[in-house]
Design a protein around this ligand. Structure first.
Ligand SMILES: NC(=O)c1ccc[n+]([C@@H]2O[C@H](COP(=O)([O-])OP(=O)(O)OC[C@H]3O[C@@H](n4cnc5c(N)ncnc54)[C@H](O)[C@@H]3O)[C@@H](O)[C@H]2O)c1
Length: 256
């Protein structure tokens, strides 16, 4: 479904990023792992080059919060491959105090986490849109969250030892809305902007949390990273060419 397409995934070395990169390779696309953690990006590239012989996978450094770094990535990728078909805005920057309970979040931390994550997503969208407009086509898929559309179910977190951070709600709701803003702003430019809102992805959560979470889902409970791949590949493919400004929720009904 992605034959001949060149697709970058920001945060490509992380939990979801890795799965997205593999889905792109599985569908015969060229995949670029763009991550601030260069070591992890290069290690993943090495591993996938062996697993998918003959497929094109690259790892390039990226800090979504640095204008210079985003520019270098666009220049480096477009000169290497002659085109960029899509970018998946998927990185997950946060400061060291991210994840504190509401009352402990200082204004400085709130602002910093919003600036890193939402600001970084904005900068990637802005810079790629400018490149895509010149190129004549482009596609942006933003990774949002169900917590951008519903309020957290705090009872799930009560015994879990972690919470759903307040910044996350602000960031992900804004990512969904910015997707619509960019889609309409770039009317007539042949650039699409959509987002995926995943539910909770299982990643070694304890059984109690998994059970508490799963009570709200319809069949599976917490989803797996690979459960998002169908939605991602569809939005990256020409099969979704008339879908623009849309938020595709993949959560096994958790948000209903
Ligand atoms: N895991 C979930 O349950 C879940 C659910 C819904 C949405 N999401 C969203 O999916 C996206 C990916 O989450 P994840 O769970 O894979 O996170 P992760 O922490 O496993 O991976 C994030 C990756 O982003 C990279 N990164 C951090 N700061 C960066 C920066 N400034 N520039 C470039 N790369 C940077 C990290 O090095 C890491 O490889 C995030 O937007 C997250 O909010 C995750």
């Amino acid at each position: 479904m992605l034959k001949a397409k060149v697709i970058l995934v920001t945060g490509g070395a992380g939990l979801l990023g890795r799965s997205f990169i593999e889905a792109i390779l599985d569908n015969h696309g060229t995949a670029v792992i763009a991550d601030v953690n260069q070591e992890a990006g290069l290690a993943l590239k090495e591993e996938l080059s062996k697993k998918y012989p003959g497929k094109r996978v690259a790892a390039l450094p990226l800090d979504i919060c640095s204008l210079e770094s985003v520019g270098d990535l666009i220049r480096g990728t477009s000169s290497r491959y002659g085109r960029i078909d899509a970018v998946v805005n998927n990185a997950y920057p946060r400061n060291e105090r991210y994840g504190a309970e509401l009352e402990q979040v200082t204004l400085a931390d709130f602002n910093q986490n919003v600036a890193l994550h939402l600001g970084g997503y904005f900068q990637v969208m802005q810079q790629f849109s400018m490149f895509f407009r010149k190129q004549g086509f482009g596609n942006v898929v933003n990774i949002a969250s169900v917590y951008g559309i519903i309020a957290p179910r705090f009872e799930i977190y009560r015994k879990a030892g972690f919470t759903m951070p307040v910044e996350y709600a602000a960031i992900k709701a804004a990512v969904i809305h910015l997707t619509r803003y960019f889609a309409t702003y770039y009317k007539g430019s042949n650039i699409r902007f959509n987002c995926i809102s995943p539910g909770g992805v299982f990643n070694d959560h304890n059984e109690e949390f998994r059970e508490a979470y799963s009570r709200y889902a319809l069949n599976k409970g917490m989803i797996e990273d690979s459960d998002l791949n169908g939605a991602l590949v569809f939005l990256l493919s020409d099969g979704s060419s008339c879908i623009n400004g849309y938020n595709l929720v993949v959560d096994d009904g958790f948000s209903l």
